[in-house]
Each structure stands twice: as structure tokens, then as C-alpha cells.
Design a binder for this molecule. Sequence first.
Ligand code: WTA
Length: 653
Amino acid sequence: MSEHKVYKLDTVEVSDAWKKRAYIDNDKYLALYKESVEAPDTFWGREGQRLDWIKPYTRVKNSTFAYPDVSIKWFEDGTLNVSANCIDRHLAKRADQTAIIWEPDDPETPAQHITYRELHDNVCRLANVLKAQGVKRGDRVTIYLPMIPAAAYAMLACARIGAIHSIVFGGFSPDSLAGRVEDCKSAVIITSDEGRRGGRSVPLKANADAAAEKSGHVEKILVVRHTGGDIPWTEGRDIWLDEAMAEASPDCPPEEMNAEDPLFILYTSGSTGAPKGVVHCTGGYLVYASMTHQYVFDYHDDDVYWCTADVGWVTGHSYIVYGPLANGATTLMFEGVPNFPDPSRFWEVVDKHNVTIFYTAPTAIRALMGAGEDYVTKTSRKSLRLLGSVGEPINPEAWEWYYHVVGESRCPIVDTWWQTETGGVLITPLPGATKLKPGSATRPFFGVQPALVDSDGNMIEGPGQGNLVILDSWPGMMRTVYGDHKRFVDTYFSAYKGMYFTGDGCRRDEDDYYWITGRVDDVINVSGHRMGTAEVESALVAHPKVSEAAAVGFPHDIKGQGIYCYVTLMAGEHEMDGLKKELRDWVRNEIGPIAAPDHIQFAPGLPKTRSGKIMRRILRKIAEDEYGNLGDTSTLADPSVVSHLIENRQNRR
Ligand code: WTA
């Protein structure tokens, strides 16, 4: 890290200007929050009106968290179409307004401005292509695309015809893609010839081919021509999307969907097993995405809004595409990475497009902070008025750098806590209402009732620390795990009966502010990306030379957490450094580059209890280089294992 001043801010008060300009000031926040939890039907019945309904709802909230009968329904008798809400209804006023600004990876390539009229045209054409390929309402379509406008067209085209999209992040391997295609039985993949990130090509079409080969389901691959690179081609199965769209009709009436019909599936990692298909539905999700986008970012008509996430993650779904477009916003989509061609790129893009609201992840902030202030200060950034953070806890040092250096102490930071499962932001400051404390996500959004419980499930009142649960439903929350409702109920509602368990630890201070402390389950948060230790372990043991493996997280300066793996080899295999690289590449190929272990330690034995359970607590301590304080080791079956692990630890500081 480069040298920089540490300011040690306690709090940042809301400025008078912000109190005046924002939709929500503190009095309004308090009054509306009270109404939202005491009279949810009134509150959400009113908020639901922000959308255009085909058949208006008469019932607002109908949900129970009671184990095991968990059931969540919002606006259940209303009908609507998400793409009509994100596009058609804006055409009367905004046909020529830019809906999407596309900024390519290479700054020399011209940016694109796609108007709402053009968005409508492209989405209808793509929807008609899908129909022509036999995609019907309720069918699953897998999207495996880079950050190009076609990704938004594909999402909205699915929504238009009532198909359920499942986006798979372009950084995932063919195996990961195949697993997700297989789980939701999707017959169609939409991909591109290649992706481009930081000047390098990603072979998306070749990966899609490999996935299609693995999974028997794929009948059609629709290919966006993006880089023009050479790709393999299977006649009869593969279709150039631009050619098909050029021939398709630009008119496609939106399908009338029930509020509770699924809109999309998004796979995410948990503490056990394969990634789960998180299901989000049409009505409640869009109401919540739209409302949070408007109030959290205080979006007004003259804003240019930029969220740097990838559409492969939930942040891209809710806050690049659905929330902003439902609000008729101008949303920027960036194909590249923060440090290409150099660490000024973010701020150059801000200046080039006059971005007013900028939303990114702490890992990016820490990496740019490490590159030094000059890359920031040589740009203007005068258009910026609000900054956002998401994906992991932001350490106060990074917060202050973001606030003072990037935002020149004039832009509030909204530190937004939420999850794939929650659909939208749950705990966050509102810029006109909330005094900020660096490192705290502050207070709950409307309708959200957070609470802390100890490990026995006892409620913690007042200031304290515990496991973060949510006591009642909000419109944007997931409805089920695709194809496995029992897994949904067991994963989120069985630890603390009657409550949604987030998997996060949290502290609440004397002002009732929430401070997320990170995952308390076996999920590692690598650069804001969720990785289940079980997934990394099962990839490792799939290697012919590995007999057993345990993965844990450890604190990492830039990534937040890194991945540390303990590997026991098959008898007769030798512990060579070359094998470490081979195993790292193996995991990279099995899951994707984000899962590549930072450290691999060969371990002839793992610390286990007498009943054979791996004692991860000990493995975590050694990975953190905190082996002096291992806690109670009396239940170990073989205590000598531990001293060997300590002697050979990889992360010495
Ligand atoms: C973590 C991303 C602290 C948390 C939207 C959560 C955060 C997980 C924050 C969800 C934040 C996200 N402060 N921690 N502002 N935002 N997290 O599903 O551990 O990719 O449970 O959703 O990221 O990650 P996911």
C-alpha cells in the first residue's frame, strides 16, 4: 500500500444541500420506516404503484417465515411484464434518452449510447429470435456473455416472453457453466464469440461448446459477434444472433406475467454442496429493485449512473439493468477492468461520460488505493455527487480514501449491504437522511427488520454482536431454490426458526447502526465474489493425486479474503512445488479463475475430532498465521498433526 493520510473520521453528517435535494430526509426516513414495518400492506401497496400493472393487485403481502412452511408472496394477484416496465412505458417521454451507455474495454474503441427506442427495438428482435427457436414462457435460457449491451437485451428479451434467464458469469469455467445449464435444464445458451477484459480475450464460445458437450440439454447456441475472433462452429446448433435479429420483427408484444412468476435464476455459493439456483420473481423483485435504486442512490432524471459490477452477479442484475431501467435512468455498462490501460481508467470514464453516481466494490477501491493518488487526482471527477460500495465490508481506511481522495470530501458514500438472496439492498445509508460512519452499512431500508441472535438463537437487544437475521419478508427477496424448495427452507430458515438467516456476523452500536463483520459460515468472500469452501474442496479431491482437501479463507489486503487450501496427497504421491501449480491450475479450470487458491499447503494429516470432523477453526488460525492462539485442541484425534501444519504454514507475515 502506498503512503496516505489517515483521517480517522468518526461520522459524516448529512449536508444541508443533501437534506434539501434528496427524496428522503431523516424525518421522512423515520416516519416511512415505521409505516413500512407496522403497516406493510399500506406502505408496499403504495410503492407497488411505481410499476405499470396489466391487472392491478388487490393483495399486497402474503408471507410466512414459519419453519418448515416458509412461503413468500407479494402482489400475488397482479400481472405485469418486466420488460414493458423497463422499456415500453418510458417511450412516450424518453424514446430518445440514452438508456445504456456502453464503455468498451479498450478506451480507443468508441463508446455507444443506446436510446430507449433502440433498446426496445433490440429487445423485441431478440425476443422474436428466442420465440423462433422454440423458447416459450417458463423455459430457462442461459446467458454467458461479457459486459456488452447484448447482455441487457438478452435479459429483457427473456423477461418479455416470460422465459426465465440464468446468467453465468463469463469468468466461470465450462464445467461450472455445464453444471448450471444442467441444474435448470436450459436448452438455449446465449454467448458471444469472445469476451474482452483488460486487453485479453476470453474464449466464451469455446467454453460454451465444451459445456454443451458435457450437458446433454443444449439444443441451440446463439452467438453475439463481438470481437470477430475465430471460433468453432456447429452447423444446425449455432446461430449468429446479429443475423437472426436483423431478420426478426422489431415488434413483440410483452407476455402478461403473474407477479409471482419467476423472472430469473442466479446461482450462488453456500456453505455446502453445489451452488444454489436462487429464484427471483417478477413483481416484488422489480418493485424493490426500482425503489432501492431510486432512494439509495437518490437517482434523479439528470443523473448518469454507473455500477461497475458484472451482470453475472446479482449487483449487475438489480443495479445495472432492472432497477435503473425500471426508473427510466441512464445506466453505464463497462466492459473493462479498473486498472486497464492504467489505474486512472475508472475516473477517466467518470469524466468522459459525466457520471454523477458511482457504485463499486471495496476490493477495487483497495487495489486503486495501492496504485497511488496521482492516478485519481489527475482526473477531474467534478460530475460525481454520490459514491457507493457493495460486496464485502469496507475497511475504514479504504472508506476514507474513497471519501476524501475520490470524492473530495463532498460525496456521501452509501455502503450497501445485501445478498444474491435479498434481490436488493437491505441495510444502507440514504444520502439525504443518514449520518455516515466509515465501515458501517448503518440502518435498514424500508420494510427490512434486521436482528441479532446468539448461537443458541436468543435475541440480542441493544448494542452487541451476533448473527444477522431478518425477521419478516420484503418484496425483493428470493422465493425458493430452483427445483428444491426444501433446500431453500433448510438453508435459510432452519438455523433460527421463524427467521431468515443471512450467514453474516454483525455488530450493532449504540446508535442502532449495523456493522457487518463478514460470513460466519463456510463461504469465502474473494474480491466480493462468493465461494463455497465445499466447492473448492470438491474440485481439489477430483484431482487424481489428491485424497483429501480443506479450504479456508484468510485476510487478504486487496481481495478481502484469499483462499488457503490444505491438501493431503494419495499414498505414493510426492509433495513437489510443481504439483502446487498444477493443483492451482486445476481448480482454475474446474471452477474459474476467481477460485484459484492463493496458498496450497501439503498436509499429511488434517486436524480432526475423534468422530472425524475436520476442525476448520484450527485451519483458519494457521492460515491467518495466528497459530499462537489455537483455542481448545483437546478434542483432536491426533494432536501431532497440528505442529506439522504450523511448521509448514505458507502465509508467514
Ligand atoms: C457480503 C452481493 C459487508 C456479505 C450483493 C453478504 C457485504 C455477501 C456487503 C453477499 C457490505 C455484501 N458490507 N458485507 N456492504 N455487501 N456483503 O450474494 O457477506 O454476492 O452475505 O451479493 O457479501 O454476496 P452476494
